[in-house]
Ligand binder design. Structure first.
Ligand SMILES: Nc1ncnc2c1ncn2[C@@H]1O[C@H](COP(=O)(O)OP(=O)(O)OP(=O)(O)O)[C@@H](O)[C@H]1O
Ligand SMILES: [Mg+2]
Length: 287
């Protein structure tokens, strides 16, 4: 049974006004417990709008969103929904308001009404997951950190609530290579602990590397869904959605255009290298 189900949801911003924008137009998807699902789509396709439906920040205007079988429109479920689904928004660094990183991460647990000792435990645990030094966290303002560190603080703020579902909106956009590695390590650790992860991303290399399932979104609808291997094999569909292929798949596609006899789309550099060695070897033998 999926942990999250979206059934034919519709959502328009500024509905009924001259500036109405249709963001979701009959989108359906299901997320299995413990999986890592990537929402891939061009700018404006509706990814952030989908994520904001997961914790009830937005409610569908048509259709329904079920989290563990409970409807997000059910008011009695609202508080437990916030604890269940942690949402890290697209530009979380714009929302810091505490003086130190430590107190920023403590906001959520404090709101849960936990004792100071429990709050401290949760903050230290969350900081450890994202790799931020606890001493520095007590002395530093979140605004004094690098972009990558700020994203990790935002992630820690949500993790301190210990959500079973983590919804991440472009968690690595604008972050350097090392920062991305750290975030992905933290996410892989969380997944291994059974946390369900849903990530919106423009970056198909990140998607190919991290996701078990990919949902390609175009104009507020799910255009294609499958494993990264299935989805990136449908190159026409991926390009129709305005997306690139992961870099290794792109290299293989170009080699095919040049007449090299390569098969499946490579998702990793190692796979691409293996495939290239094979087809160069085959050419040499043929000559
Ligand atoms: N707060 C808002 N008010 C009005 N329109 C909005 C708002 N937020 C999003 N939209 C519009 O809704 C549509 C879907 O936007 P959304 O932000 O969900 O897309 P996205 O896939 O997350 O895009 P991006 O990749 O740029 O983050 C777009 O046409 C966008 O302009
Ligand atoms: Mg977005």
């Amino acid at each position: 049974m999926p942990i999250i189900r979206m059934d034919n949801i519709w959502y328009a911003y500024n509905r009924g006004t001259p500036i109405q924008t249709n963001a979701l137009s009959g989108l359906s998807l299901a997320v299995s417990r413990g999986s890592f699902v990537a929402l891939a789509g061009h700018t404006g396709s509706g990814k952030s709008t989908v994520l904001q439906h997961l914790n009830g920040l937005l409610l569908p205007q048509k259709g329904r969103v079920l989290v563990e079988e409970a409807d997000t429109r059910d008011k009695s479920f609202r508080r437990s929904l916030w604890a269940k689904v942690g949402l890290v928004q697209q530009y979380p660094e714009r929302q810091f308001f505490e003086e130190t990183v430590f107190s920023e991460v403590a906001v959520g647990p404090n709101n849960l009404g936990l004792s100071p000792a429990e709050v401290e435990d949760r903050v230290l645990e969350a900081l450890a997951v994202v790799g931020i030094d606890r001493k520095r966290a007590r002395e530093t303002s979140p605004y004094a950190l690098s972009g990558g560190e700020q994203r990790r603080v935002a992630l820690a703020s949500v993790l301190a609530l210990r959500p079973g579902v983590l919804a991440l909106d472009e968690p690595t956009a604008g972050i350097d290579f090392m920062g991305r590695q750290r975030i992905f390590k933290a996410l892989a650790d969380l997944k291994s602990q059974g946390v369900t992860i849903i990530m919106a991303s423009h970056n198909m290399d990140d998607v190919a590397r991290m996701a078990d399932r990919v949902v390609v979104i175009k104009e507020g609808r799910a255009l294609l869904e499958g494993s990264p291997r299935q989805v990136f094999a449908s190159q026409g569909c991926v390009r129709e959605a305005g997306l690139n292929l992961p870099f290794p798949s792109e290299v293989m596609a170009r080699l095919r255009e040049k007449g090299f006899n390569t098969e499946a789309p490579a998702l990793t550099v190692d796979e691409a290298a293996e495939e290239i060695i094979k087809c160069v070897g085959a050419r040499k033998t043929a000559q």
